[in-house]
Each structure stands twice: as structure tokens, then as C-alpha cells.
Write a protein that binds this ligand. Structure first.
Ligand code: SF4
Ligand code: SF4
Length: 96
């Protein structure tokens, strides 16, 4: 299974921030606001995205029935991923 690198280039390409699954999540919104102020590389738990790399979301107010944007993401294409909803299901290393 592909292991996605937790690097700045991938963070900036991640579409989780606009995804309907977490667009209404107050928890994710608050994490994004905090993450903007971090200088240098944030820790995975500080980024409400990149779930294909870091695994399940720590926020519990995600709307899992909504459509996942991962299949439209360049990270997803580059790493040859085949699954979705990593925020709910876990990382691509485990789910593909
Ligand atoms: S992993 Fe998929 S479903 Fe979850 S927030 Fe990211 S784009 Fe949305
Ligand atoms: S594949 Fe999904 S979780 Fe991974 S970087 Fe892209 S949008 Fe984010």
C-alpha cells in the first residue's frame, strides 16, 4: 500500500479543506486557523487534512456521508491511491 509523505508540497495540494465532509466542521475550522500561525513544519495532528498520510481525523464532527474530494487531488494521483475518506477509514498505507 502506498505511503504518502507528510511534506509541505503535499499539504499545499491537499483538498481536505474544501471537502464537504469537513467543510462544516468547527473542529477542523479551528485547527486550520491555528495551523496558519505555525512557523515551519506542523505536526500531523495540527493539520486538519493529509489524512491519506496521517490517518483518521482527530475531529469527531465530520460528515462522513458527504463526497470525498481525494480522487480529484494531485497527491492521490501521484501516489497511485485508490481509496477515499481517509479521515474516517485511516491512512492510504492501510486502505490503499
Ligand atoms: S480524506 Fe477525503 S473525505 Fe476526508 S476530508 Fe479529505 S477529501 Fe474529505
Ligand atoms: S488524497 Fe485526500 S487526504 Fe490525501 S492530500 Fe489529497 S485530499 Fe488530502
Amino acid at each position: 500500500m502506498p505511503k504518502v509523505d507528510f511534506i509541505k508540497e503535499n499539504i499545499s495540494r491537499c483538498l481536505c479543506g474544501e471537502c464537504p465532509v469537513q467543510v462544516k466542521s468547527k473542529c477542523a475550522h479551528d485547527l486550520y486557523e491555528k495551523a496558519k500561525k505555525i512557523e515551519g513544519m506542523p505536526a500531523p495532528e495540527q493539520v486538519p487534512g493529509m489524512y491519506c498520510s496521517s490517518g483518521k481525523a482527530t475531529c469527531t464532527d465530520l460528515d462522513a456521508v458527504q463526497q470525498c474530494f481525494c480522487p480529484g487531488c494531485l497527491v492521490w494521483a501521484d501516489y497511485g491511491l485508490s481509496s477515499n475518506h481517509y479521515c474516517i477509514r485511516g491512512s492510504a498505507e492501510k486502505k490503499g
